[in-house]
Design a binder for this molecule. Structure first.
Ligand code: G6P
Length: 602
């Protein structure tokens, strides 16, 4: 959803801004651009397409300056061509701005500015901000305060002014902005991943904040124009984590990081205190007093919520509902006393998830977050923060954040069960060994490759699972369509006969999830129905089951595990499968077309 960055300090700004943009490119890759204060004027460079095109231009131009802003675009208003790339400037090139979000009243503002003689060079909503900033009177900070009030919609903006060489302004309403502080240098960006190469000391701006950045630090005014300070957070990431580290793609690296990501999540959440969540604001008496849970999320996190529902209901005995965050408030859900709303989000910045959490807060319902980014908006909104600790996830298709979410939800269910006086110590111990199971699942790569070879020319695929593995069928299908553009659907295996079976023929591969668990025989019968329609059957499942071996065209073995661990382990071969199909099809795995990792508009 667009990545923005700004640097002010003592070093050459262009390489730093380009490096930060590299970490933000997952947010959009329709075009990229930067503006540098050269001391005398604002020099703007922009390029259509991926960041590499801007890199070439920037190195050829070799612009010098210690203050710069940059942008990577996910197009909303106007096609992805160079004239719509950010930064945008006013007619006289006094101001340059980068923007993430949507200015809902831009047409009205644009017409007003045009009547006053402004000439627009792009089709974007964002350009109005540059014209407005240039036309106001006073210092850049004063002008930013006034412009912020005129803008409707959601925005994170970083702006510079030719007449004020040593400063930047940043302001936000909706999309995130994080400031990072080095010694004599300050960076602002859409995501901490872009800050971590400079510093781990950072702070998140709040809605309505306007910040004046200089090499010495920051001065912040809140939504009511009062000077304010925001709590500093220390990132639990380091610079090496935002590198590919020898892997061809971030996604592959992140798939392989899952044992470590889940171990770290368990270490932080459970640690030495065990399955008592008192230190997370959920002591046994509070858990006992809660009567039901509503899980809200988007995309892959929504699939995690569906697995979480099984954990909470079947292990902890707590009624649980799952909603798409984008639907939650519009369906006007009933939230009876004793409800807890949990927002599950990797980034902590997904607009729909935040809106669902805010809706619950307005109804005075307590809100928890399961979030991977410390200090992100979801954590700031939540009364209870349950952290996942997967480290930065750069690949657009979520992998290690997903399995870490499952681990967190399972740990929560076990803590809840313990609070109800029925601890399942065997499962608690078994969960702590999960990283070894994930390690083994990663070694299943060779049979996955053979299935990928078969699937690479498929136009469709159907993923089937039952019970707690149905959400994993959904996730497997989502991974395949996201990164390889093969149409895929996930379906409850027993529901297939009510529709999708009509699609099946010898060109329609079906991937069945059938490990050893209580619904294995029923899933197997459904897979028999598939074979009877001549569709090729691939199975992720129990290799010791003789009928399954005979049925499957190819079988990716899954070890025998307690049912709550099956979703976490069985998703790994499906992630690898989607990855390998995408590579065989020549797709851009880390930056699939039209997608953005963090969706900060509704
Ligand atoms: C986007 C991403 C998905 C992600 C979803 C929710 O659609 O492409 O990978 O699952 O947003 O993101 P969140 O950060 O809230 O988990």
């Amino acid at each position: 959803m667009c990545g923005i960055v700004g640097y002010v300090g003592f070093r050459q700004a262009v390489p730093l801004v380009l490096e930060a943009l590299r970490c933000l490119e997952y947010r959009g890759y329709d075009s990229a651009g930067l503006a540098v204060h050269t001391g005398s004027h604002l020099q703007v460079l922009r390029a259509e397409g991926k960041l590499v095109n801007l890199l070439e231009k920037a190195y050829a131009a070799s612009i010098s300056g210690q203050v710069a802003i940059g942008h990577t675009r996910w197009a909303t208003h106007g096609p992805p061509v160079e004239r719509n790339a950010h930064p945008h400037t006013d007619d006289r090139k006094l101001c340059a701005v980068v923007h993430n979000g949507i200015i809902e009243n831009y047409l009205e503002l644009k017409q007003e500015l045009q009547r006053e003689g402004a000439h627009f060079a792009s089709d974007t909503d964002s350009e109005v901000i540059a014209h407005l900033l240039a036309r106001e009177q006073g210092s850049l900070l004063e002008r930013a305060l006034r412009v912020r009030r005129r803008l409707g919609g959601q925005f994170a903006v970083v702006a510079m002014d030719r007449r004020e060489p040593g400063v930047l302004v940043a302001f936000r309403q909706g999309p995130p902005l994080v400031l990072g502080f080095g010694e004599g240098e300050t960076l602002v960006a859409s995501d901490p991943a872009a800050v971590v190469s400079l510093t781990r000391r950072c702070l998140h701006l709040e809605d309505g904040d306007v910040a004046l950045l200089s090499a010495q630090g920051v001065y912040i005014l809140d939504a009511a124009d009062r000077p304010t300070s925001r709590a500093e957070v220390v990132l639990d990431w380091d610079a090496g984590q935002v590198e590919r580290g020898g892997y061809k793609h971030f996604m592959l690296k992140e798939i392989h990081e899952q044992p470590g990501a889940c171990a770290q999540t368990l270490q932080v959440l459970v640690g030495e205190q065990g399955f008592d969540f008192s230190r997370w604001g959920l002591p046994p008496e509070r858990l006992q007093a809660l009567a039901n849970v509503h899980l809200v999320a988007c995309g892959t996190s929504w699939h995690a919520a569906h697995v979480g529902k099984f954990y909470l209901e079947n292990l902890a005995g707590i009624p649980c509902q799952v909603d798409y965050a984008s639907e939650f408030r519009y369906r006007k859900p009933i939230l009876p006393p004793g409800s807890l709303v949990v927002g599950i989000t990797q980034s902590g910045e997904t607009a729909d998830t935040l809106a669902a959490m805010r809706f619950a807060k307005e109804k005075q319902v307590p809100v928890a977050s399961v979030c991977n980014v410390r200090g992100a908006m979801a954590e700031r909104l939540a009364d209870v923060q349950l952290p996942t600790s997967a480290g930065p996830e750069i690949g657009v298709a979520s992998t290690k954040a997903f399995t870490s979410q499952l681990v967190a939800l399972l740990a929560l269910a076990l803590a809840w069960r313990r609070a109800r006086g029925e601890p399942d110590e065997t499962l608690e111990r078994r969960l702590l060994q999960l990283p070894y199971d994930l390690q083994q699942a990663l070694q299943a790569a060779p049979p996955v490759e053979a299935v990928a070879e078969d699937l690479q020319h498929a136009r469709n695929a159907l993923y089937l699972g039952r019970g707690v593995l149905y959400p994993i069928a959904l996730e497997g299908a989502l991974k395949l369509k996201e990164i390889s553009y093969v149409h895929a659907e996930g379906y409850p295996a027993g529901e297939m006969k009510h529709g999708p079976i009509a699609l099946l023929d010898e060109n329609f591969p079906v991937i069945g999830l059938c490990p050893a668990f209580e619904l294995a025989e029923k899933t197997l019968s459904n897979l028999e129905e598939v074979r009877a329609r001549k569709a090729p059957v691939y199975v992720v499942g129990d290799s010791e089951h003789p009928r399954l071996r005979e049925l499957a065209k190819k079988l990716i073995p899954l070890p025998r595990l307690p049912w709550p661990l099956l979703p976490i382990v069985s998703v790994v071969p499906l992630q690898l499968l989607a990855y390998q199909v995408a590579v065989l099809r020549g797709c851009d795995v880390d930056q699939p077309r039209n997608l953005a990792k963090s969706v900060t508009v509704e």
